[in-house]
Design a protein around this ligand. Structure first.
Ligand SMILES: [Ca+2]
Length: 346
């Protein structure tokens, strides 16, 4: 299941390198990757060398209202998976139609969010709440002392102070912005006249014309090399960073999917605009909410997609386009970011 997908991604990269457009057809259907993209200055990432050099702002950003985005034609796909967790099983036959839309090629970066904050004076919810939930590799003593020892509510942590007041994002402009609530993400999106993807739009983009991977298929290429930033080793105490990164990676260190979208799997979870309700699933996790201040109101859980640098074979096997997790809308955490969409006719 995984191997044909990866061969497809390699083929598309080769086509782009040769100056052709991507025209991947699945089951005789034209690709949703619109031919309009061939004339656009797409973000060219996909390797360690390229992501490390990236400043975090796509070319023509703020001059071109669609800079750093690709357009996907609308279409029908099967949402969910029968080869993942129970919570991602399709509702009914799963056939789901989405309209055409533009979507960011990468997660929104610290550099992009910083421009938004400078332009608008926006104060993030983590700043207003006085902290955020931050991951760290726990010691054995911490593991013995409490559940979920890898999560801590860190006072003063925020998107621009990722480890608390003494830290900053200098030299981290190319990382996904994190410790962002759903409202923060929506505020950024609306500043650009955009929106957050629905879960269906996100998954349509994430599957990129394929069925999606099985539960036991980690994101690796034909030679076994990791193709996304996730967790190799024993979670949460040993991150072997076989994929080259412990913790968050810059955006675009790994090959794009067949729609030229980077990091749809792994690195940071991504907000959608959809509440985590309905027949598609029923499960609760609430890991990060467990360490938030007890007086805190518990807000509506929303769907997040794509998995993060913390997804591992032995803990949270959610490095698939169909996988999903819930997160309280107003809880900022260090493993969640977002990307934006612009719908046709919006
Ligand atoms: Ca990793």
């Amino acid at each position: 299941m995984l191997r044909p997908l990866l061969i497809g991604a390699t083929a598309v990269t080769a086509l782009f390198a040769a100056g052709f457009s991507a025209a991947v057809a699945t089951r005789g259907e034209p690709s949703a990757f619109d031919s309009v993209n061939r004339d656009r200055p797409l973000v060219a990432l996909g390797s360690e060398r390229q992501c490390e050099r990236y400043a975090g702002l796509p070319a023509h950003w703020r001059d071109d209202p669609k800079a750093g985005m690709v357009r996907l034609r609308g279409g029908e796909f099967v949402m969910g998976s029968r080869s993942g967790y129970a919570d991602e099983r399709p509702a009914g036959d799963g056939r789901t139609r989405v309209g055409g839309f533009w979507i960011d090629q990468t997660d929104v970066t610290n550099a992009q969010f910083a421009v938004f904050v400078r332009a608008t004076g926006y104060v993030s919810e983590a700043h207003r709440q006085g902290g955020a939930v931050v991951f760290h590799v726990p010691t054995p003593e911490e593991m013995n002392a409490r559940d979920l020892a890898w999560w801590t509510w860190v006072k003063g942590a925020s998107w621009d102070h990722p480890s608390g007041p003494g830290s900053n994002i200098e030299g981290r402009g190319n990382l996904p912005v994190t410790m962002i609530t759903q409202n923060d993400a929506l505020a950024y999106a609306r500043w650009l006249g955009r929106d957050l993807p629905t879960e269906a739009e996100w998954e349509y983009a994430g599957k990129a014309g394929h069925d999606g991977a099985d539960l036991d298929a980690a994101p690796r290429d034909a030679s076994g090399k990791p193709t996304a930033n996730y967790w190799q080793g024993a979670f949460p105490v040993l991150d072997s960073h076989e994929d080259g990164h412990a913790g968050l990676a810059p955006v675009g260190c790994y090959a794009a999917n067949d729609f030229r979208l980077y990091d749809m799997i792994g690195n940071a979870w991504e907000w959608t605009k959809d509440p985590y309700t309905g027949p598609h699933q029923s499960h609760s996790n609430g890991d990060t909410a467990a360490v938030a201040p007890p007086a805190r109101r518990h807000d509506t859980p929303m769907v997040i997609k794509g998995g993060s640098f913390l997804c591992s074979r032995d803990y949270c096997v959610r490095y698939r386009a169909s996988s999903r997790e819930q997160q309280e809308a107003d809880l900022p955490a260090s493993h969640i970011g977002f990307r934006t969409v612009l719908r046709d006719g919006a």
